[in-house]
Write a protein that binds this ligand. Structure first.
Ligand code: SF4
Length: 369
């Protein structure tokens, strides 16, 4: 800290200062400082040591937010929310400092963000995976750079590419233990792009939502077809992609402003203001599939085999296949059971497993290119 906070306050107090319960006024060479229940007057060139403890806390708090924290509205609001200092939250500066001594934590998607008090009211921030909450730092990989966040966001715990950064698949095992205010905002922005800005816009009543039909109309080239996705299929698509187990954003867009999708929006902290590129890519596939006419097939299955097909679809759709042990032969999506079903019902002439109910040739079933 280059300047003493009292010196900085004296300069600002020429115009009067009111911040977080602190009042300051400069009267010639005297600086009058007050908080609820405590008032003092010091020399304008005094130092923090001249102030009683509660006033010193309020002055360093003012200095942090005036001279060190970012001015940019969204980032500033986010950092204040992080330590429980948002408008409407009642804690006083001494109460907040007490909490910050041990650390104040908030969840942001799968991130656990912690603000702590450092030297002379400065804040330092930590970012880690929320599931690593109780893991000692010595057991985590310590990260410091923005490139580290880029790498973390790219692949999941099984080293698979993550096409959607807000999918709940962030890998564990790392920590950014000691970040300044600008750095913590950059790291969160890298892990969850634009979430802070959209959260802030929403708080300010300023979130500009682009609904599906409007977004689809804007698509060009190979994605132009997505405007033809039927309404019912759009509901299925939102159920497939946008619910909490798939994406941590809270969907705020609908089919149009007046045509609301009957799909849970999610409980995420940050909003989704328009269909993302992954959703549009998926919509392109489903638009093409919805173009096919339905046909009626006949296949002979035992009741258990019918249940098994349903269990396989559920296991794949819910990403559960890896959790079904090979020894668990009672599970419908067990690999051996699936192989048995394939050998019994689908092997050889696979397309012949399903008989067309009208007796026509199943190889002629596809009507789209
Ligand atoms: S469109 Fe759906 S999947 Fe994409 S970011 Fe928004 S909520 Fe998530």
């Amino acid at each position: 800290m280059d300047r003493d906070p009292v010196e900085a306050l004296a300069k600002a107090a020429a115009d009067g200062v009111e911040f977080d319960g602190l009042s300051a006024r400069l009267d010639g060479e005297r600086l009058h400082v007050a908080t609820e229940g405590s008032t003092t007057t010091v020399a304008a060139d005094g130092t923090l040591a001249d102030l009683p403890a509660p006033l010193a806390a309020s002055v360093t708090n003012w200095f942090y937010w005036d001279a060190i924290a970012p001015e940019q509205s969204a980032g500033r609001a986010f950092l204040r929310w992080l330590e429980g200092a948002s408008e409407g939250e009642q804690s006083t500066v001494p109460e907040r400092y007490d909490a910050l001594e041990t650390g104040v934590s908030r969840e942001w998607g799968q991130l656990l963000l912690t603000a702590r008090l450092a030297d002379q009211g400065t804040r330092r921030y930590e970012v880690r995976h929320v599931d690593d909450q109780d893991v000692p730092i010595s057991e985590l990989a310590v990260k410091t750079a923005l490139d580290d966040a880029t790498a973390i966001a790219r692949r999941d715990d099984r080293d698979r590419y993550r096409p959607l950064k807000t999918a709940p698949t962030l890998p564990r095992g790392w920590v950014f233990p000691d970040l300044g205010p600008d750095a913590v905002l950059s790291i969160v922005g890298e892990l969850y792009p634009a979430t802070i800005e959209n959260w802030y816009r929403e708080r300010e009543g300023d979130l500009d939502v682009t609904h599906y039909r409007e977004a689809a109309q804007r698509q060009t080239g190979r994605y132009q077809s997505v405007s033809e996705l039927p309404s019912e299929a759009l509901e299925w698509a939102a159920e497939a992609c946008c619910v909490d187990p798939e994406c941590l954003k809270r969907r705020e867009w609908d089919e149009t402003e007046d045509e609301v999708l009957d799909v849970p929006r999610g409980d995420g902290s940050f909003p989704c203001r328009e269909p993302c590129s992954l959703f549009v890519a998926a919509a392109k596939e489903w638009t093409s599939l919805e173009d096919e006419a339905t046909r009626t097939y006949e296949i002979e299955l035992t009741p258990s085999e019918r249940d098994q097909l349903e269990a396989i679809v559920d296991a794949v759709a819910d990403g559960q296949t890896d959790q079904i042990r090979e020894a668990d032969l009672g599970a419908g999506a067990n690999r051996y059971r699936a192989r048995y079903l394939r050998a019994k019902r689908f092997e050889g002439d696979a397309s012949g497993a399903f008989e067309m109910a009208d007796g026509s040739d199943p190889s002629e079933e596809h009507t789209t290119e």
